[in-house]
Design a protein around this ligand. Structure first.
Ligand SMILES: NC(=O)c1ccc[n+]([C@@H]2O[C@H](COP(=O)([O-])OP(=O)(O)OC[C@H]3O[C@@H](n4cnc5c(N)ncnc54)[C@H](O)[C@@H]3O)[C@@H](O)[C@H]2O)c1
Length: 354
């Protein structure tokens, strides 16, 4: 059977997870590279592959079908462009980019080379979220009225201020770095027409750029109203999305790893987000912990490892057989457009129409 050949750019925390996930589902890892040759060599040794000194050398020597890009948020564009120019499909970790213009440039280049751009919006591929999408599309909820998303945790003050994950100019800020719920709102509910956003830093003044409360008010083109509240100044943790329609409500709760559909006829159905008990349990356990940004060479909890494997299976399946659906190469810029507008709204203190 044909195998998809892959190469990895960026051998830190998530690059390692991606390489493990994609190889587990049958991809053939031909080589890796990193700005730090030491990081590339360590991972290459662990995964029994070859470390290359730079992206050009990696791609010239390996000629992969698909390139995985797991560099920091500010450094997604150049690897993406080089990989496309080498005629490869690309998989970019979230966020696509911290600049909307980069996303558009990458997508138009991909179109010119007839290549796919997959973005690591891994929550979309969880069985429960796919079910949520089907429920909304099947009109079971009737006309959607309003939605509310939350991603609220506590984070302890940062120790290493020079680490890129603690520098808002390099992460793009939480709106970009933690874009998953905004992406899900856009993916489930369609195009956003306007956004008003406000943010503040209540409890982490030793890191003045990093806002720990962010609130967005969204109006969708369909007329749906929505809000997103996110941040790290919340001692009571909440993580989920509720979507209300005229006929019922759908509640996705990541901390119970469930989705509940309640309809006005009194019926109620509950689904787990995974099809496997251990991954659901691991996601439930994660709710207790305070927010942490992961160091290179650490491993993901099981729920995240499985989410990577599930998304990898979908990407590889799609590349081998175009009829197999993969949600990760569609509607990829929508959340970036809204995040950029929200940032502008915060700066200018006004409603931004898209
Ligand atoms: N989907 C998710 O849930 C999820 C989770 C964690 C991280 N991520 C994303 O994965 C990406 C990587 O994050 P991480 O946690 O692995 O960071 P990391 O700091 O652990 O690793 C990044 C690696 O990229 C290397 N690098 C930097 N610039 C490079 C360049 N120009 N060329 C080659 N290598 C370069 C660094 O040396 C480092 O080894 C980020 O975009 C992050 O947001 C996504």
């Amino acid at each position: 059977m044909k195998k998809i050949n892959i190469a990895l750019i960026g051998c830190g925390f998530f690059g390692q997870q991606l390489a493990l996930g994609f190889t587990k589902v049958g991809a053939n890892l031909l080589g890796v590279t990193d700005l730090s040759m030491n990081a590339a060599e360590l991972l290459a040794e662990k995964l029994n592959t070859t470390a290359y000194v730079d992206i050009e050398t990696l791609l010239q020597n390996t000629k992969p079908d698909l390139v995985l890009i797991a560099t920091p948020n500010y450094a997604h564009k150049i690897p993406a462009i080089v990989a496309l120019k080498h005629n490869c499909h690309i998989f970019i970790e979230t966020p696509f980019s911290i600049h909307q213009a980069d996303c558009e440039e990458i997508l138009s280049l991909a179109q010119a080379y007839n290549k796919r751009v997959f973005i690591g919006h891994l929550l979309r591929e969880l069985p429960g979220l796919k079910q949520a999408k089907k429920i909304i599309e099947s009109n079971k909820l009737g006309k959607i009225t309003v939605a509310r998303a939350t991603r609220q945790r506590w984070i302890d003050s940062f120790q290493d201020k020079n680490w890129w994950k603690n520098d808002v100019n390099l992460t793009g800020g939480k709106l970009f770095n933690e874009i998953h719920e905004l992406d899900l709102l856009c993916w489930l509910l369609g195009k956003v027409a306007s956004v008003y956003a406000q943010s503040t830093n209540r409890s982490h003044n030793d890191t003045p750029d990093n806002h720990d409360i962010i609130q967005l008010l969204l109006q969708f083109e369909s007329g749906v109203f929505a809000s997103l509240e996110m941040g790290t100044a919340y001692r009571l943790h909440e993580w989920g999305i509720s979507i209300h329609g005229e006929l019922g409500a759908l509640v996705i709760n990541f901390f119970t790893s469930t989705m509940t559909l309640s309809l006005s006829d009194g019926s109620r159905e509950q689904f787990n987000l995974y099809n496997e008990f251990e991954a659901d349990l691991s996601l439930r356990e994660s709710g207790k912990a305070t927010q942490k940004y992961n160091l290179p060479h650490t491993l993901c909890p099981l729920w995240l490892t499985r989410a990577v494997e599930i998304e990898a299976e979908s990407v590889i399946g799609h590349l081998l057989d175009k009829d197999k659906e993969c949600t990760l190469d569609e509607k990829n810029v929508d959340a970036i457009i809204v995040a950029s507008a929200a940032k502008k709204s915060i700066q200018e203190k006004k409603l931004i129409t898209l």
